[in-house]
Write a protein that binds this ligand. Sequence first.
Ligand SMILES: Cc1cc2nc3c(=O)[nH]c(=O)nc-3n(C[C@H](O)[C@H](O)[C@H](O)COP(=O)(O)OP(=O)(O)OC[C@H]3O[C@@H](n4cnc5c(N)ncnc54)[C@H](O)[C@@H]3O)c2cc1C
Length: 390
Amino acid sequence: MTSERDVIVVGAGPAGATTAVYLAQQGYDVLLLDRHQFPRDKTCGDAVPAGAIDTLNHLGMGDKIQQAVQRGELYPLESMRLVSPKGYELEAMFHKGPGGNDSYVAPRQYFDVLIQQHAIDSGAKFRQAQATAPLLENGRVVGVKVKENGRIQELHSKVVVGADGVTSVITRTLRPKENQHTDGHRAVALRAYIEGLKEFPHQVEFYLYNQILPGYAWIFPTAQNRANIGLGMRLDHFRAKKQSLEEMLDTFLAMPAIKKRLQPGWKLHDMATWQLNFGSQQHLQHVYDSAILVGDAAGLINPLTGGGIHNAIISAKLAARTVHEALQRNDTSRSSMQIYEQRIHEAIWGSMKRSYQFQRSLMRFPMLIDFLVKRMKENSGLAKMFLTKL
Ligand SMILES: Cc1cc2nc3c(=O)[nH]c(=O)nc-3n(C[C@H](O)[C@H](O)[C@H](O)COP(=O)(O)OP(=O)(O)OC[C@H]3O[C@@H](n4cnc5c(N)ncnc54)[C@H](O)[C@@H]3O)c2cc1C
C-alpha cells in the first residue's frame, strides 16, 4: 500500500489539469494521472473561447499561452461565419474576454500540455498510468486502481477527481446506470486536419445544413491554408441515418462552396471520431462519497455548439473550491461536497437550457436557421450562442 495523497485527479485534459493547478497552488498533495504521456492529441475542434483563456491567465498561465501563440501553436480568432442550409451567411466579430484575451484555435496537442505542465510547475505530481476503477471501501471512494507499466497498483487518496473524459471509468463505476446519458443528450463527431484549403484568416466557420441538423460541420483555421475540419451529429439521429461520418465529410467537401477552395494536392490527415455528452440532461449526479466529477466525465458539453473546454475549466474551478472546503472540514462525504452540484447548476445550467431549446427548435424547424441567419444581425441570440459557447 502506498501512502495516502490528499487528491488524485484521474485525467490530465483541461478539466483535470486545471483542477490539479488550483489544488496544488493551495498546497495540497496532488497526483495527476493520465493514461497518455503529454503532449498528446485529443479529438476536438480545438476552438477555445476567450473566457477559458481568462481563467487560465488568472492561474498564472499568461506567459505560457503567449509563448505558444508566438510559436504559432495557438491561432487567434477575430470572427465567425455561420452558414444556413440555403447558404445565407451571418458574420460576427468575436469580443475579447473580460480579461482582454482572444479566443483561439488551439490544437489540443499544443494546448493541453500547457495546462498539464502548469499543474506540474504548481506542485502537482504527474504519472502516466491508466485508472481501471475507483477503489471502494464500504461505498466510499478511497483511491484508484491503476495499470502502470503493465502492473496493477492501488493508489490511495482522501478525494478522487474523475476527469477522465467522456469514457470515464470513474463515472461509469459510480454513476447509477439509469442515471447515465441517453442518446438524445449525446453526439458523435469526426475531426480531421486539412492542408491545402483556402481558409478565411482568423475566422471560424459553422455550416448548418439539413442532412446533419441539429449538428453542423466546421472549418476552424490553424494557420494559412490549414484548418481543423469536421462535423458532429446527435447520436440518436446518427443511429437512424445509417451513413458513416466519413461519408458525410465527403459530402461536405463536395459542396460547391467548399470544393472551390480546395487547392491542388490538398490532403486530410489525423482523422478521428469521438463522443460528446451534453450538459442538457438534468439531475445527473456529480458527487459521491470522496469523489467528484469534472468536465466531460461529468458530461458538461454545450448541446448546441459542442463546446466543452470552457465548461471543463469552470467545473475544475468549482470542484477545486468544493474539495478545498471539504478537506478543511475533514469531511469529504457526498453530503459535505454536494454543494458542487448546485454550483455547477448555477454556473452553467442557464446557458445549457437555452442552447438545448435552440438545438430542438433548429431540429424541428430547420427553416428557422435560414430565417435567423438571413434576418438577424451579429448580436442575435444564435450568433452570441456560437461566439461565447464554442
Ligand atoms: C470532435 C469533437 C470536437 C470538439 N470541438 C470542441 C471545440 O472546438 N471547442 C470546445 O470547447 N470543445 C470541443 N469539444 C469538446 C471538448 O473536446 C471536451 O469538452 C474537452 O476535451 C473536455 O475536457 P476534459 O478534460 O473533461 O476531457 P478530455 O479532454 O477528454 O481529457 C480526459 C483525459 O483523461 C485521460 N483518461 C481517459 N481515461 C483515462 C483512464 N482510465 N486513466 C487515466 N487517464 C484517462 C485521457 O487520456 C485524457 O487526457 C469537441 C469534442 C469532440 C469529440
